[in-house]
Design a protein around this ligand. Structure first.
Ligand code: GTP
Ligand code: MG
Length: 301
């Protein structure tokens, strides 16, 4: 008798900046979600599918779990909670470098969830042996009775063991997505995210949190085009006139850099050239406004 096929949803939850999206990209072997050194990068729940001959793991990347203030943040947290509620397994990723209030919040969420629980600690490549030992000791005191998988999404260390532990939690069942699926996001949506990622990374203070991106035009390559040229036209939305000036930068330099970083990431995914045109528009206080939050794709879902 062949072994049964295993399949299920695995919500990756954790404090902002723990490394959830980096882990998903690494597991998929391709960058499909935005990553940045600042917290609250991810705003949606995004599916990443990993299929092998015996199993299909449907990962769901989620916004970092935090105390939401603005309407946008409330929507982000709602998405994390709904991803968890719809999952078979909760993969709680603990930041290996920093544990603050959001860590405690994520811990309560993970330990009280009815789903099967797998716990991993991230960024172990940044810790020497001594620090790793101290971390393992403090985590096993803080979270007793649970195995904690040390991983590095950067080097890949610990990932085979983590995948094995996740697999052991999956129910039997037929594949939920076609074998060659990578994500539920359209190329157009991923392009918007990569533009937002570049703007998020290249700006400071409150500005990254005031950025949204909409794609106005996305024209896929003509089959006869050897360059496989995709044409993308997008708008970067900010909340204030002063922010618009910063995003454009002196002589348009920052906007150019945002475009070139985003284009490189989109080109890696489309495996062709990308012509990217960017506009910047001010929508006053959009992160607090129900209509604009919805218009930019973060409304009730
Ligand atoms: N050295 C190292 N850095 C990592 C690792 N995993 C993530 N990072 C870094 O940690 C930062 C946050 O990573 P993200 O993947 O965006 O974190 P996240 O949990 O998705 O964050 P939110 O979407 O804000 O909740 C980025 O600068 C990553 O490059 C790792 O294993 N090793
Ligand atoms: Mg993320």
């Amino acid at each position: 008798m062949p072994a049964p096929f295993l399949t299920g949803y695995v919500a990756i939850i954790g404090a902002p900046n723990a490394g959830k999206s980096t882990l998903l990209n690494r597991l998929l072997g391709q960058k499909v979600v935005a990553v940045a050194a600042k917290p609250q990068t991810t705003r949606h729940k995004i599916i990443g599918v990993l299929t092998d001959p015996g199993a299909q793991i449907v990962f769901v990347d989620t916004p970092g779990y935090h105390e939401p203030q603005k309407l946008l943040n409330q929507e982000m947290v709602k998405r994390a909670l709904s991803a968890l509620a719809e999952s078979d397994t909760c993969l709680w990723l603990v930041d290996g470098l920093f544990r603050g209030e959001d860590h405690a919040r994520a811990r309560a969420l993970a330990l009280n969830a009815p789903q099967k629980l797998v716990i991993a600690v991230s960024k172990t490549d940044l810790l020497n042996k001594e620090k790793l030992k101290t971390l393992a000791r403090s985590l096993s005191e803080e979270i007793p009775d649970h195995e904690i998988w040390p991983i590095s999404a950067k080097t890949g260390s610990g990932l085979p063991e983590l995948l094995k532990a996740i697999r052991a939690t999956l129910p039997e069942g037929p594949a939920l997505y076609p074998e060659d699926s990578l994500t539920d996001q359209s190329l157009r949506a991923i392009a918007a995210e990569f533009i937002r990622e570049a703007a998020f990374r290249l700006t400071r203070l409150e500005l990254p949190y005031s950025v949204a991106v909409t794609v106005d035009e996305f024209i896929e390559p003509d089959p006869s085009d050897p360059r496989r040229l995709t044409r993308v036209s997008a708008t970067i939305h900010v909340e204030k006139d002063s922010q618009k000036r910063i995003v454009i930068g002196s002589q348009g330099r920052l906007l150019k850099e945002i475009g070139s970083q985003a284009r490189a990431n989109i080109e890696r995914l489309t495996e062709g050239q990308v012509f990217l045109k960017l506009f910047v528009r001010v929508t006053k206080d959009w992160t607090k406004n129900k209509k604009s939050v919805a218009e930019f794709g973060y409304g009730d879902f």
